[in-house]
Design a protein around this ligand. Structure first.
Ligand code: COI
Length: 355
């Protein structure tokens, strides 16, 4: 393992006084982890340095052709003050899979994890204390070659930044209203939908803005071919509860293999729910919801945790679920997942990394 050098910031930032107003991703900590890649040296020069700007040549490949991938994971504060991570190895492994699809070098996952731990040793005081808050961690990889030919870059930078956060949606666990997008598509099979590449999110921004103007928090994407089948909500995977059965779109290459999705499916089975991963027609969601067979819908994601969906809107047709309140399945899964993440419940799946 290479030695990670540490340069401390000479002046530290003032930490947010009111943890109930953190929001999501607006405040950044004092330090960052950085390492660089060249074909001859591989990943090298791992370092924790003061949080700072990067100087970029305007012709850098990432700025033109978008070779950029990222991850999202969190550091949680236990009631006894100790800190812990949730499945950070799964994030690093997914970043390597994203990298492969984007023609980028796979990550040195072990070194990246060590870098994250070293960074968190310096940033421990930034992990907030209040219920429902955490330190959001954003590992990122960008291409750094300077050239305008459409070719893979030869050089790359990997970095990790951290941000103390509250809930992703403004109103926490309150159900969100979601607009079913039937004009634009997010991804198609054979494309990059299963990766966490910046372009997937860039492609989603216009539809998100239009939905927001109509009073919806996010859009629900349908498949890119027939626009009939449920894919995901950009920042979350979708799950539907039929009483004790939880149904979610199967991983088909165009949706993100969410780590929270996988954790929730595992926990749901352990809690005695039946689970099924399959192709889900949006018409069936509306018909089953109106017939009272579909009892709950909720999203799962690192930033969003579990977010109940109180309303789906498609073609001027509205589906209201659970009277706009959180349902018992989403609540049970939320309590179980966050119980493990914050150390209130035992970690029977070996997901927690204590710091
Ligand atoms: C996450 O849940 O960590 C995400 O990356 C989703 C979003 C904030 C882009």
């Amino acid at each position: 393992m290479q030695t990670i050098t540490v340069t401390r910031a000479t002046a530290l930032k003032t930490k947010p006084a009111d943890e109930s107003k953190l929001g999501f991703g607006r405040i950044f900590t004092d330090h960052m982890f950085v390492m660089d890649y060249t074909p001859d040296l591989g990943w090298h020069d791992p370092r924790v340095i003061p949080y700072q700007d990067f100087a970029m040549d305007p012709a850098s490949v990432v700025l033109h052709y978008g070779q950029a991938i990222f991850e999202g994971t969190k550091c949680y504060r236990r009631a006894d003050g100790g800190l812990q991570l949730f499945r950070p190895d799964a994030n690093m492994a997914r970043m390597s899979r994203s990298a492969q699809r984007m023609g980028m070098p796979v990550l040195d996952e072990e070194l990246a994890l060590e870098g994250l731990k070293e960074l968190l040793r310096l940033e421990a005081d930034w992990v907030p204390h209040q219920e429902g808050t955490s330190l959001y961690i954003r590992p990122t990889m960008i291409s750094t070659d300077v050239q305008l030919g459409v070719h893979a870059s030869k050089t790359y930078r990997f970095y990790i930044i951290c941000s103390p956060v509250g809930s992703y949606y403004k109103n926490g666990l309150e159900p969100v209203r979601i607009y079913v997008e039937d004009q634009y598509v997010r991804a198609v099979r054979g494309g990059t939908g299963f990766t966490k590449c910046a372009g997937n999110y860039a492609a989603s921004i216009l539809a998100g803005e239009i939905a927001e103007k109509k009073g919806y928090s996010q859009v629900l994407w349908l498949d890119g071919v027939e626009q009939k089948y449920v894919e995901e909500v950009g920042s979350m995977n979708m799950m539907f509860a039929y009483g004790n059965k939880i149904v979610t779109p199967a991983l088909n290459g165009s949706i993100l293999p969410g780590i929270t999705r996988d954790s929730i499916l595992t926990l749901a089975r352990q809690l005695g729910y039946e689970t099924e991963e399959k192709r889900i027609a949006i018409a069936d969601v509306f018909a089953d919801g109106k017939a009272g067979k579909l009892t709950e819908a909720f999203g799962t994601g690192t930033a969003a945790v579990i977010s109940p969906v109180g309303e789906l809107m498609m073609d001027d047709e509205k589906l209201i679920l659970q009277d706009g309140k959180i349902g018992p399945v989403a609540q049970k899964l939320y309590d179980t997942l966050t119980g493990i993440q914050y150390g209130r419940l035992p970690d029977e799946n070996n997901w927690i990394v204590r710091l």
